[in-house]
Design a binder for this molecule. Structure first.
Ligand SMILES: Nc1ncnc2c1ncn2[C@@H]1O[C@H](COP(=O)(O)OP(=O)(O)O)[C@@H](O)[C@H]1O
Ligand SMILES: [Mg+2]
Length: 196
């Protein structure tokens, strides 16, 4: 049951986007709350439905955080989600931070990204926002998690239900990401194949 007050929400805000805000309460160290005002809950609702669909299909959540609870209050629609933590118990580092850090092992990051692409492809996981902002690295297991931008925004979400269509879309989007994201240009050189 969600019963945090507005004051607590203000105190434990960790990220504030245009459509939703994220909260981390120290008394629940393994969870992050993502809440939208009802008037701005379109993306959040789509994501909830998609997570529930994946759970029903028994997709392994090896590269996605688990949906822990759906939240519906007078003011908010949202959900409680598993938080991906780094080695020191702090929230895991974003891929954009790691890619911009001279000290990080780029070869490892490249392999972790291939592993993520393979996972998305294998289970036909649809996403609309593939972006290093929405990816964090769990160093303990050596996996990149996609923490945001899940689901399909098409009016008729055929790629979700028709695997061959979905997979084509995944390949196309991953290849575009590899080729054109400014932080990735040197990582993949001219390789355009997400599934080598
Ligand atoms: N499951 C998670 N594990 C770790 N950090 C997370 C998780 N979900 C969100 N975050 C942190 O909160 C930020 C905002 O979350 P996100 O779901 O991307 O919201 P927005 O819709 O505002 O982009 C992320 O960039 C990340 O730093
Ligand atoms: Mg995001």
């Amino acid at each position: 049951m969600f019963n945090y007050t507005e004051e607590e929400l203000k105190k434990y805000l960790v990220a504030n986007g245009t459509e939703r805000s994220c909260y981390y309460f120290p008394q629940e160290p393994n969870a992050i709350y993502k809440l939208s005002l009802h008037s701005k809950a379109k993306q959040t609702k789509r994501e909830i439905k998609y997570f529930q669909y994946l759970q029903k299909k028994n997709i392994p959540f090896t590269h996605l955080p688990r949906l822990l609870e759906v939240i519906e209050t007078k003011k908010y629609t949202g959900f409680k989600q598993e938080i991906i933590l780094g080695e020191n118990g702090l929230p895991a580092r974003h891929l954009w931070q790691l890619l911009s850090d001279e000290k990080s092992d780029k070869e490892k990051l490249r392999l972790y990204l291939y592993d993520l692409f393979k996972y998305l492809y294998k289970y036909n996981i649809q996403f609309c926002d593939l972006n290093p902002d929405n990816m964090v690295l769990d160093e303990k297991v050596g996996k990149i998690f996609l923490i945001d931008g899940l689901g399909c925004t098409d009016f008729f979400p055929y790629p979700v239900y028709f695997k061959s269509l979905g997979r084509k879309k995944i390949i196309r989007k991953c290849a575009y990401f590899m080729q054109f994201h400014p932080l990735l240009v040197n990582l993949f050189n001219n390789n355009k194949n997400p599934l080598p």
